[in-house]
Structures are given as C-alpha cells and as structure tokens.
Ligand binder design. Structure first.
Ligand SMILES: *[C@@H]1O[C@H](CO)[C@@H](O)[C@H](O)[C@H]1NC(C)=O
Ligand SMILES: *[C@@H]1O[C@H](CO)[C@@H](O)[C@H](O)[C@H]1NC(C)=O
Ligand SMILES: *[C@@H]1O[C@H](CO)[C@@H](O)[C@H](O)[C@H]1NC(C)=O
Ligand SMILES: *[C@@H]1O[C@H](CO)[C@@H](O)[C@H](O)[C@H]1NC(C)=O
Ligand SMILES: *[C@@H]1O[C@H](CO)[C@@H](O)[C@H](O)[C@H]1NC(C)=O
Ligand SMILES: *[C@@H]1O[C@H](CO)[C@@H](O)[C@H](O)[C@H]1NC(C)=O
Ligand SMILES: *[C@@H]1O[C@H](CO)[C@@H](O)[C@H](O)[C@H]1NC(C)=O
Ligand SMILES: *[C@@H]1O[C@H](CO)[C@@H](O)[C@H](O)[C@H]1NC(C)=O
Ligand SMILES: *[C@@H]1O[C@H](CO)[C@@H](O)[C@H](O)[C@H]1NC(C)=O
Ligand SMILES: *[C@@H]1O[C@H](CO)[C@@H](O)[C@H](O)[C@H]1NC(C)=O
Length: 754
C-alpha cells in the first residue's frame, strides 16, 4: 500500500517536475505586436473568448485596444479584435477611473474621451501582460488589473490615497458609450441604478471591415466601497439627479460623449468592476456577469483563465535545450495569438436561430455579426476543403458544406463586396475575370482581375476535392477543369522591367486581359514591396492584383505547381525566380501573399532552400518585442506563420500537405486533440546556431522517408519523423517522386546536389 502510494507520488512528482521545468505559459508574451502597427490585442482573454479586457489608448494606429507607442490610455474596455488592418475594431463601453473630482465637484472630472486622455499617461514598465491577465499603472497612481471569463471582464482599480488636488480619494468611475473607432450610431442609451449601483446600456456600432452595423449591450456592477452618488453625463457636464440617458450621434462625426458614473466614499480598498457584454440583450449580459463571476474574486478568475491557457497550449511541447529563450517566446506567443480570434459567439448571435456553434471575428468572412469585405475569391471554400480533407467530419453536415461552396462557384451575389464571387458570367464564358468586366448581375470593386482569377481557380480546385470525397464525380471533373483557368492569364512573352527600365531578366508573367481577349498591361513589379505609388488594396482605383505584385502572384497556383514550373522554365528557373523575389525585397513577409513563397522551393526539389529562407525571416522579421511584427497580426496570421515555420511543418492550405523543414528546436511533440496521439519530430545533429539546417536523411516511424512532405495523418496517427541534419544541402527531398503532390505532370526532377 505504502509502496504503491510512494510510487504514485513519485510519478506525480516527476510529472509535476517536468511541468515545472517546461511551462509553455512562461514563453507567451502578449505584448508582441503591441506597437509598430502589429495591432494585436495584448490584454486578458480566454482562448476564443468573446470578452477581451485591456486598456485602450488613443493611438492613431488600428490598434487592438492597447499600444506601447507613447499613446495615452482613454479607457478600459472588454470587447476587442486582434491584429486588424482597416480600422480599429470594438473597444466598446470603456470605463475610466478618477481618484477624485477636484473639490468634490463632478463637473470638474473630465468625462469626454478626448479630454480625459490627459489623465491616461503611463510608463511602459508598469505594464504586465500574461495569458488571462493584464495590469497597468497610470502616472496618476491608479493601478488597473484585469482578467476575464468568456463574456465577462473583471477590473480591479487601486487608487492612491490622495487625488491630484491633494484631497482624500473619492473615486469616480465612468462608463461611456464610445468605441475605438468612434462609430456609434444614433440612440445609444445608458441607465445607472442609484440603489444597486448597476450600470446598463446599449448602442449601435459599425464593424471595422465590413458592411452593416450591430447592437451591443452591457451590464456593469461594482464592489469594494460605499457609493457616494451616481448619475449620467453628456459631453463635459454631469448630474447626480438624472440617471437615464438616450443620446444622439450628433452631427459632427465624432459621437457626442455620453455615459454614466458611480462615485464612492473611499478609495482605501480596491474597487472591483465586473462588466459583461451580450449581442442579445442587457438581461443576457447581466446573466453572464452573475453566473460567470458571482463572487468578484479576482484571484480565482485570473487563476482559472491562466489554467485554461496552460491546458490549451500544452499539446505542443518543444525541447528548450540550447535554444535562445527569445525563439521559444516567438514560437509560443505565435501559437497563443492564433487563439485570440476567432471568437466564440455561440448563443450570442441575434441574426438567426440555431443550436450550431457560431464563431465570429473571421476577418475574411465575418466580424461583429456582419459580413466582412472579401479580398479576392470565395476563400471560405479553401477553409472548408482543408477541414474536409483532413478528416474533420464528426457533427458536420458535409452535404450542406458542399452546397455552400458550390453556391459560391455558381451563384453571383447582388452585392459581392462581402460574399461569393463577382464576374461569374465572364469567368464561366471566358475562363478568367476580365479587366474592365461587364457585370450587370452583381456589384463590387471591379479591380483585382488577376488575383481574383487565380483565387477562383484555386477555390475550384478546393471544391473539386470535396466533390471527390463526397462521390460527386461529375462536379469533381468540372471544378478540376476550371481550376486550370489560371493558365488563361499567363502571358509567356511578358517581360519584367524595373521602372527605370532595367530588365529583371525573367520572361513569362500573368497579365490582365480584356473581355475581347486582348491583353491589358500591369507592370509585374507594381504593387510589390518596391512600389511606393500604386493603389493596391480595395480602392476603386486599385490594381489587378490585391496587396501584392504579379511577381508574387506568379507563384500562386498552389494546386498545380508542376505545370507552373514548366511554364516558368523548369525547376532551376523556378528556383531562380523565388530567389530573385526574396533577394530583391519584391515580397514583403508582413503580408500573407508572401507566406507560401518561403516554402515553394520544395516544389522545385530544393527543400533545403525553404529551410534557409525560413531562417532568413525568423527572427530577423519576427522578434519577440512589442515592435517585433512586420505587419498587422491579422487575427493571428503572422502568429501562425511563425508557429508553423518554426515547427518545421508548413501547410499548403486547402491540401492535405505539410512541407517538411527542420524545426527550430531539437524536438517537437504535438498531441492531437482528436485522437490523443502524439506526433513527434526529432532533429538528429541539431545545432542551435542553425548551421545544420539541411536534412540529410529522414525516417518516418523508423522507415527511410525521402518525401519532402507529410499529410495530416502524421498528427492524428501520432507518427514520428526523425530528421538527420547537416551543414550542406543533400539529395534528400530532391527526387521527382519526393516532391509534394501537384496536378499536372510532375516530371520536374530536383537539382543535382553540389
Ligand atoms: C492622446 O492624448 C494625449 C493627452 O491628451 C494627447 O497629447 C495626444 O495628442 C492624443 N493623441 C492622439 C493621437 O489623439
Ligand atoms: C431608467 O432606466 C431603468 C433601467 O433601464 C428603467 O428601469 C427605468 O424605468 C428608467 N427610468 C426612466 C425615468 O426612464
Ligand atoms: C516527446 O515525447 C517523447 C515520447 O513520449 C518523450 O520522450 C519526449 O521527452 C517528448 N519531448 C518533449 C519535448 O516533450
Ligand atoms: C463556445 O461557447 C459555447 C457557449 O458558451 C460553449 O458551450 C462551447 O464549449 C464553446 N466552444 C469552444 C470551442 O470554446
Ligand atoms: C535601376 O534600378 C536598379 C535597382 O535599384 C539598379 O540596380 C539599376 O542600376 C538601375 N538602372 C538604371 C539604368 O538606373
Ligand atoms: C479590346 O478591348 C480593349 C479595351 O476595351 C481595347 O483597348 C482594344 O482595342 C480591343 N481590342 C480589339 C482587338 O478589339
Ligand atoms: C505601375 O505603377 C506606376 C507607379 O504607380 C504607374 O505609374 C504605372 O502606370 C503602373 N504601370 C502599369 C503598367 O501598371
Ligand atoms: C520607394 O521609397 C523608398 C524609400 O523612400 C526609396 O528608397 C525607393 O527608391 C522608392 N522606390 C521607387 C521605385 O521610387
Ligand atoms: C531589402 O530590405 C532590407 C531591409 O529594409 C535592406 O536591408 C536590404 O538592403 C534590401 N535589399 C535590397 C536588395 O534592396
Ligand atoms: C531514399 O533515398 C535513398 C538515397 O537516394 C535511397 O537509397 C532509398 O532507397 C530511398 N528510400 C525510399 C524509401 O525511397
């Protein structure tokens, strides 16, 4: 009995020790990307949590609430998105604390966001950010700690003994009806109950990158001090007599400031503020608050949040041996950021009734209950295909899923700004989206004809894979056929010159084409990272490629690299183009069109160069510092790039393919949440100085393995990949039979090793 107990203890103790040695949370820094346009949400959230608490600043970037760029705190709010581009998102109903109002006069507290910012100065060394919690101390001595549950934020404000006027603290905490983008529409309302001290309200706002609007509700309660008085404010004037307010947007663009406040007798003890949100009703917000945090117990809530994060990050374990801590932080923080968005709004969607899960804050698809602006094709098709081919079938009606992707391909929406595809008549009759299309059936921004053609072609390939899996063979063949449409915009004799006339020496690029099938013209370098002038995003004057150049889109045929390779002159020429793209700063790693180009050397039989390229970007362009991200994190996209690249298994999304490069760690274990099995990648001959980044040979589950890729069963079946590394490029992964799968004739052999 004692022996058994002792043994059990020993096992537990060993386990505890292992966990003490390796805690993934020790390597998460939520502040990565909190300045320099990363726009991350650096505050307190649960994985996929709807509520996200942080201090909001008046930065002029499109921040996810908080920034470390010298901006001032204007409030503390509980709704955010992460890494957005177009506009700052959410940040609704911020709270703001004052230690007292000078001479006890409420009208001398500065209520409007613009003027109260002057009280929101802080020094960055007072900021603490950890998964599930965030804390900051303002220069005026007020400290704010915050944590969350799924729909509820808990703030703890600690006040100095005296206010700025030297009088004893008599804290006032306001809550107003603004958001980060100042998008509030008409008829916001707020009420404060003088008996219970509860503040409730609702207002209508705009989504940050989509059409439509949404109504959000809140419910706020206080604990920790006796209430002195309460009331509402409009603009810079307040009253303790009036307790309800309905407010106009007003006419000058900036919504008229308005909200409610509570004032307390004493600031001796911290004041806890619990505020919950709901898209359904004030009642539902209050219910969330009461059920999720009945006790106002800050330590309990923050410890629970931390534990949920630890559990969520623990399926991926890397060996820290020899590796710089900063690389571990880069890796785990990247994974962490992929779980900030999307957000789980199940039970919070007023737009339709369903018992299905509902996730929001997908930036290419939906945000804040509305349709987001699509940027090219109907790329949800790719996501669905990716899920389908990786075997995620439980509880999913795939015939419904299939009907949705077919509708994208077949039915042009009247308003294709935000769903489906435009130009479908032309696409079907001509086999490409023409520049200056004639489209009278649906309406959207008539630009991006090249990148839309390339994306539609890939979307159709993705659809064909689902059709194949479901046994719809006629559809499979049809969409496989139209997945070849990218060829229709390839102009074999197209050259590429710099703007000063110097020829890059490469021939064969995509070009725009008119309805009458004659060629249009876009300089292949336009909209590259070197182009300072062209409009390349969703502007009506935008180019024929979205947010990148023809040079880069020239590689965007993810399903048919074999044929593309042949068109571009074979493996050596393909490799030379990739090198030119990267070596001349034509591509920019801070935006998604670049991601796959790091690893496309695999398709020309040079997986060693993918590895070399990954190391040229990480950590040079991804540093674990607030200014360390090269662009908006885009809902965790930059985070996912870092995580996959460092793990050494980079997906070609929409296909059952992960391209193999040596992990940045000696060993990586990944436990599948579906099967519970653990996949393992082990580097033999690992050196943390990254001289040995070339695979010499490999085994998969003990058998020699020469292919440069694995499929998803690697994860679900818990396979083991052992990579023997060396200082020189080898023959590994270079044979025709080793290349990742592709349509077309895969007759492109790899290069002969030197
Ligand atoms: C932020 O607020 C501070 C303090 O009032 C002010 O000096 C600064 O100009 C504001 N920044 C912006 C971008 O509005
Ligand atoms: C003020 O708001 C509260 C809470 O919404 C409501 O119960 C009350 O009837 C309102 N009072 C007035 C005068 O509108
Ligand atoms: C990976 O799993 C193996 C087998 O369970 C174990 O021996 C090894 O220590 C694990 N490595 C890491 C980094 O957790
Ligand atoms: C999403 O939220 C619902 C309702 O709160 C919850 O039941 C479900 O477990 C959540 N799902 C995930 C994946 O977090
Ligand atoms: C054009 O620009 C490229 C890149 O900056 C440079 O290498 C080349 O010498 C320039 N050519 C002329 C003719 O100025
Ligand atoms: C085709 O259309 C373009 C754009 O309208 C026009 O400039 C061009 O002259 C036309 N070519 C022919 C051969 O009709
Ligand atoms: C390329 O961009 C330059 C600079 O914006 C512009 O002047 C030129 O018209 C564009 N050329 C083509 C062919 O698209
Ligand atoms: C674009 O701007 C950068 C930085 O100002 C400059 O070095 C470069 O020469 C410009 N490129 C062109 C093509 O004008
Ligand atoms: C590419 O950009 C980097 C960083 O801005 C710079 O150091 C490098 O010189 C550039 N390379 C070329 C070929 O322009
Ligand atoms: C892998 O490549 C090696 C070296 O070219 C060769 O000897 C071996 O037969 C190949 N193994 C497999 C499984 O293809």
């Amino acid at each position: 009995m004692f022996v058994i107990l002792a043994l059990c203890w020993q096992i537990l103790a060993t386990k505890a020790l292992e966990e003490a040695i390796f805690d993934p949370l020790a390597y998460v820094d939520p502040l990565i990307g909190a300045s320099n346009g990363g726009n991350v949400f650096p505050g307190a959230s649960l994985p996929y949590g709807m509520t996200k608490a942080v201090a909001d600043t008046n930065s002029s970037s499109n921040q996810g609430g908080f920034t470390l760029d010298g901006a001032f705190v204007t409030g503390f709010s509980g709704m955010h998105d992460s890494g957005t581009g177009g506009n700052p998102s959410l940040g609704n109903f911020p709270l703001f604390p004052f230690t007292n109002c000078p001479e006890g006069d409420i009208n001398r507290c500065e209520f409007p966001k613009i003027s109260r910012a002057a009280h929101g100065g802080f020094s960055s060394n007072t900021v603490t950010a950890k998964p599930g919690m965030f804390a900051i101390t303002l220069n005026n001595g007020i400290r704010a700690d915050m944590t969350t549950t799924h729909h509820t934020s808990l703030f703890r404000f600690t006040f100095p003994t005296l206010g700025s006027d030297g009088e004893p603290a008599q804290p006032l905490i306001l809550q107003d009806l603004t958001d980060l983008a100042n998008s509030r529409q008409d008829n916001g309302n707020v009420a404060v109950d003088p008996e219970t001290g509860r503040i409730t309200g609702s207002a209508c706002f705009l989504p940050s990158f989509g059409s439509g609007n949404f109504v959000l509700h809140f419910c706020t309660d206080f604990r920790g001090a006796d209430v002195l008085d309460s009331g509402i404010f409009v603009n810079s004037r307040a009253s303790t007599v009036v307790h309800n307010l309905t407010i106009s947007r007003s006419i000058n663009g900036y919504p008229l400031p308005g909200g409610a406040f509570m004032r307390f007798n004493s600031g001796a003890e911290p004041i806890l503020v619990r505020t919950a949100n709901s898209f359904i009703s004030v009642e539902q917000a209050c219910k969330h608050a009461e059920t999720e945090i009945p006790d106002f117990d800050f330590e309990r809530v923050s410890e629970a949040a931390t534990e949920i994060w630890r559990e969520k990050l623990s399926p991926i374990k890397v060996s820290p041996v020899g590796v710089q801590g900063s690389l571990l932080t880069n890796f785990y923080s990247g994974i962490y950021r992929t779980m900030i968005n999307p957000q789980n709004y199940t039970g919070e969607n007023p737009r339709w009734k369903s018992s299905e899960p509902y996730f929001d804050s997908f930036y290419y698809c939906r945000m804040s209950l509305n349709k987001g602006f699509t940027q090219g094709g109907s790329n949800a098709d790719n996501v669905l295909a990716d899920t389908f081919i990786k075997g995620i079938k439980d509880g999913i009606d795939w015939e419904d899923g299939y009907a949705a992707v077919v509708k994208d391909a077949e039915v042009e929406p009247y308003d294709w700004c935000c769903e489906g595809r435009g130009g479908l008549d032309s696409w079907k009759t001509l086999g490409y989206v023409p520049v200056e299309d004639f489209d009278y059936k649906g309406f959207g921004t008539m630009t991006r004809s090249i990148s839309r053609t390339l994306e539609y072609a890939y979307n159709d390939f993705c659809i064909s894979q689902i059709a194949h899996g479901l046994g719809h063979t006629a559809d499979r063949d049809k969409y496989l056929e139209s997945s070849n449409n990218w060829k229709n915009l390839f102009r074999p004799d197209q050259t590429s010159c710099r703007w000063n006339g110097t020829n890059t020496g490469f021939t064969g690029f995509f070009q725009p084409r008119y309805l009458n099938r004659t060629w249009g013209c876009q300089n292949p370098l336009n909209c590259s990272n070197l182009d300072n002038y062209s409009a390349c995003s969703l502007q009506t004057t935008g180019s024929e490629t979205f947010e990148s150049s023809i040079w880069e889109y020239n590689f965007f045929v993810p399903h048919n690299q074999a044929t593309l390779l042949t068109l571009l002159g074979g493996p050596a020429a393909f490799t030379a183009r990739l090198d030119y793209l990267h070596n001349n700063n034509i591509t920019y790693i801070g935006n998604e069109p670049s991601f796959l180009t790091i690893f496309q050397y695999h398709y020309s039989g040079r997986p060693a160069l993918s590895s070399l390229r990954a190391h040229s970007y990480i950590p040079a362009y991804f540093r674990p510092t607030p200014d360390g991200l090269p662009g908006n994190d885009d809902s965790g996209a930059m985070g996912s790039f870092v995580a996959f690249a460092m793990m050494g298994l980079f997906p070609n999304p929409g296909q059952n393919v992960y391209l193999i490069t040596p992990p940045f760690f000696e060993e990586v274990n990944i436990t599948s949440p579906v099967t519970g099995k653990t996949a393992r990648v082990r580097n033999v001959g690992f050196d943390a100085g990254y001289k040995n980044v070339y695979i010499q040979s490999a085994t998969l589950d003990g058998e020699a393995y020469n292919k440069s890729w694995v499929d998803h069963s690697f994860f679900t079946e818990g396979k083991e990949l052992v990579l023997v590394l060396g200082e020189r490029e080898s023959a590994w992964g270079t044979g025709v039979e080793d290349l990742p799968p592709s349509l077309g004739d895969n007759c492109n052999s790899g290069k002969e090793p030197e």
